[in-house]
Design a protein around this ligand. Structure first.
Ligand code: PHE
Ligand code: ZN
Length: 878
């Protein structure tokens, strides 16, 4: 059996402070087509209190060392030790200058970490440990230094030369080359370093801060993408304003630059003053981007901007603290999105994502706490747990402390630790102090993995008018953590009277109160809450707003759920009630149980949503969407994704038929008239109309099939075009094929749109989807070098098409494993991510488990596997 412990794990408990500080680093890049030379000049000094004999160790990876000078003296080969991990100089003075010359070949860097090429440009990605692929350096986040960077390159090919901070000098050099020098006044860790060179279009604007300073804003894109940065620019200005108004934080440099690159492992990167973005989260125009894309651009622009404080001004001491910056920044991003749009819809979408991405992770061999305590490859820990469960943890501080104390706490944290690299503990302490609360037990959210389950039972004593809620909390074992201590859980709840009215909540011993939502604080494994003054048995509304990342278990009747869907005052709870009702109906089908009244219940519930007088189209679209297949699978001990697909599609088809007339009315009433506009009402209209179209596609009526085709051909925007195309991709008739061909023909030169063409087919609900994926992987436009393309075929298939991926033949697993092995030689980080669906093998039936494990084993045994993939597959098999 393979064992990830065979490869050295980094442990939180081994942390030691850096032995040397870098006071200043001056970098010189000479960029070339064959190779690039980097000269680094550093002023180093021994950290106070460090043993004077401690050697100097600098991290370095995949580098060619050309020369090394200590205080101007060239070092000979036996003055230092060079390994695959770096460079060690045994004896150094307390203060000295070190000059390092390295040679790189960015054009061969397919891992997209360090300095690499994307299209015609050079760019960098240094988080987490990419800087060591540029030069030898103490590449850890608790070493902060002042950077100056000079970039020299061919003037024609690379007219634009960018790095962090302000451009302070520029000039011409021999052979048609030029250079620009950048100075970043803010000390920063190496992971925030960035460099870009290329022939780029620039969209400029400016922003006046609250205190009246002018900041230049500059978005750089390849010329072909000019004209598609308007939305990102406006989003940035909104984010800057929002952070001033909400947290009193003003931007701290004279220029803010964003560069869009087509080859990028992640979404975007918050490099100081020079964000580098995946094109996916910058470019948006109505013809090429969906409403969801527009929304994602705004969110990611906000996210990276908010990092300027939560991450850059105050950074992480070590990578175990990653959620210190990511959880907090995702939460700030969520607050921003809630402020820009509908808070309830945002919350529903956040929870949907948490349940589809994080809960399964928490239930898998890859489960880890929000603050992990060991890793082999840090890139594997940019996870749903660290990011979005991390954000849920921040949201719970907000719930427990209240908005005012929360904001004061964040501000105090940023002031107290400005310019430092700190820990989650520092944040927690500051919040506890500011809120005047003991958060010791709350800290378990950072150290214990797994999704807690709340079992709620109730009793009503009619004579005493007393209603008791008894709550038991449990958390299943996770790797290395067989038993858990109780969590501190905020449980927001209300009670709804039989007439649908919210009831005042008065706990035993309390005076009269008017509150109709309260936050119960759970701290013990079992607790009871007694409410008094109730004339009749209420229906409890539990976990309002999804106040904690837990699984709630309360035995509602179907009628209770339908009742809450109509009457609950909390929009999230209403949505949740509708979803739970649908979950039940679909799961009964999975179990072969067909109840006559089931469909009727759902039909009435859905019709009720649509007939509601104050109908909010965007909320309705959420409420009428059937629960995702992955979420349904989680409700079962062992899932058969093919059976789940069949049951869910069966229910969809029946709802389509039973409500056909309604869907047609909704479709024509809500489809926005006139030209495309990015306005809340129009966006909501498109959502609801496209949801209706989705049902109509399942009626089997020719008129509805034609409606889908018509929408595809008449659409003047990508939202409507893609909604129709994805329904067509579920069919295999001539009209569907014609539309797919048309789309390819039209968009084959626009990579982000071509990704959509691949994605809709990879996610097709057609029974032949697996075969189609096989041919997509051989398509001339498929490219294993481009992460967006890989995600749009392999990722979409393995994560977004469970019934095809889990085909009982095992072909889906084999195909994935084959591609992981090929991808691992090019880009280990992305390869490891693609392997994650296999890590969830325990959730499926035994025959599937067997094949999944065989494929994991086959990957594990491959020679020269990267640490990235090795860690995922070996943990999965433990
Ligand atoms: N720090 C980036 C973010 O969350 C994500 C990222 C991590 C990007 C690692 C690249 C590499 O905004
Ligand atoms: Zn982030």
């Amino acid at each position: 059996m393979t064992d990830h412990k065979q490869r050295a794990a980094v442990k939180l408990s081994d942390y030691t402070p850096p032995a040397f500080r870098v006071e200043h680093i001056d970098l010189y890049f000479s960029l070339g087509e064959e190779y690039t030379r980097v000269r680094s000049r550093m002023r180093l000094c021994r950290a106070e209190g460090t043993d004077p004999h401690t050697p100097l160790h600098l991290d370095g990876e995949a580098l060619e060392l050309e020369a090394l000078y200590l205080d101007g003296q060239a070092l000979a080969i036996d003055d230092y030790l060079l390994t695959r991990q770096g460079l060690t100089i045994e004896r150094v003075p307390d203060r000295f200058e070190l000059e390092v010359h390295t040679l790189l070949r960015p054009q061969d860097n397919t891992a997209l970490s360090g300095l690499y090429r994307s299209g015609g440009m050079f760019c960098t990605q240094c988080e987490a440990e990419g800087f060591r692929r540029i030069t030898y350096y103490p590449d850890r986040p608790d070493v902060l230094s002042r950077f100056t960077t000079t970039i020299e390159a061919d003037r024609e090919r690379y007219p634009v030369l960018l790095s962090n901070g302000n451009a302070v000098d520029r000039g011409e050099s021999e052979g048609g080359r030029h250079w620009v020098r950048w100075d970043d006044p803010w000390p920063k860790p190496s992971y925030l370093f960035a460099l870009v060179a290329g022939d780029l279009h620039c969209h400029r604007d400016r922003y006046r801060t609250a205190s009246g300073r002018d900041v230049q804003l500059a978005f750089y894109v390849e010329h072909a993408n000019a004209g598609r940065t308007g939305h990102a620019m406006e989003s940035l200005k909104r984010a800057m304003r929002w952070d001033e108004e909400t947290y009193g934080l003003e931007y701290d440099l004279d220029i803010y630059m964003v560069v869009a690159v087509g080859d990028f492992n992640m979404g975007a990167m918050e490099n100081k003053g020079l964000n580098i973005f995946n094109t996916q989260y910058v470019l948006a125009s109505p013809e090429t981007a969906t409403d969801a894309d527009f929304e994602a651009v705004e969110a990611v622009i906000g996210h990276e901007y908010f990092h300027n404080y939560t991450g850059n001004r105050v950074t992480c001491r070590d990578w175990f603290q990653l959620s210190l910056k990511e959880g907090l920044t995702v939460f700030r991003e969520q607050q921003f999105s809630e402020a820009m749009g509908s808070p309830a819809v945002q919350r529903i979408q956040q929870v949907r994502l948490l349940r589809s991405a994080q809960f399964p992770e928490d239930a898998s061999p890859m489960a880890h706490p929000v603050r992990p305590d060991a890793y082999v490859e840090i890139n594997n820990f940019y996870t749903a747990t660290v990011y979005i469960k991390g954000a849920e943890v921040i949201r719970m501080y907000h719930t427990l402390l209240g908005d005012g104390a929360f904001r004061n706490g964040v501000r105090r944290y940023l002031e107290r630790f400005d310019g430092q690299a700190v820990t989650i503990e520092d944040f927690l302490q500051t919040m506890a102090e500011t809120g005047g609360r003991d958060l010791t037990q709350f800290g378990r959210w950072y150290t214990q993995a797994g999704t807690p389950r709340l079992r709620v039972r109730d009793a009503f004593d009619a004579d005493a008018g007393r209603y008791t809620l008894r709550v038991v909390q449990e958390c299943p074992p996770t790797p290395g953590q067989p038993a858990k201590q109780p969590f501190h859980i905020p449980l927001a709840m209300g009670l709804v009277g039989r007439d649908g009215q919210a009831l005042p909540l008065r706990l035993a011993g309390e005076p009269e109160g008017q509150a109709t939502t309260r936050v119960l604080e759970l701290t013990r494994s079992e607790q009871a809450f007694v409410f008094e003054g109730l004339a009749e048995r209420p229906v409890p509304s539990l976990l309002r707003g999804f106040s904690a990342p837990v699984i709630l278990d309360y035995d509602y009747s179907d009628d209770d759920l339908a009742f809450l869907l109509t009457h609950d005052s909390d929009a999230f709870a209403r949505w949740e009630a509708g979803q739970q009702l649908a979950v039940r109906v679909i799961l009964r089908r999975v179990h072969g149980e067909r109840r006559e009244e089931d469909l009727d219940k759902l039909r009435r519930a859905f019709a009720g949503v649509l007939e509601h007088p104050g109908l909010d189209a965007s909320l309705a679209a959420e409420a009428l969407a059937l629960p995702q297949e992955t979420y349904l699978a989680q409700q079962l001990e062992q899932a058969d994704p093919v059976a789940i697909r069949a049951a869910r599609e069966g229910v969809r088809a029946e709802l389509a038929g039973a409500l056909a007339a309604t869907w047609r009315t909704v479709y024509s009433r809500y489809r926005p008239q006139g030209p495309w506009r990015l306005e809340p009402a129009a966006i909501a209209g498109r959502r609801l109309a496209n949801l209706a179209l989705g049902y109509l596609a399942a009626t089997g009526a020719a008129e509805d099939d034609e409606r889908v085709e018509r929408q595809y051909h008449q659409a003047d925007n990508m939202t409507d075009s893609l909604a129709a195309l994805s329904l067509l991709a579920d069919r295999d008739d001539a009209a569907a094929q014609a539309a797919l061909d048309d789309f390819h023909q039209r968009w084959r030169h626009v990579p982000l749109v071509l990704d959509k063409w691949f994605r809709v087919q990879a996610m097709s609900r057609h029974p032949g989807a697996l075969a189609r994926v096989q041919s997509l992987l051989r398509h001339p436009d498929f490219d294993l070098h481009n992460p967006n393309r890989v995600r749009s075929v392999i990722g979409a298939f393995a994560q977004g098409n469970p019934a095809a991926f889990h085909d009982s033949s095992g072909e889906g697993y084999r195909l994935l494993a084959d591609h992981i092995l090929r991808l691992d030689t090019l880009n280990p980080q992305v390869a490891a991510r693609m392997a994650l669906p296999l890590s969830k093998w325990q959730r499926y039936d035994l025959p599937r488990q067997q094949i999944m494990k065989t494929e994991l084993q086959r990957i594990a045994e491959a020679p020269s596997l990267s640490n990235d993939v090795y860690e995922v597959v070996s943990r999965s098999l433990e």
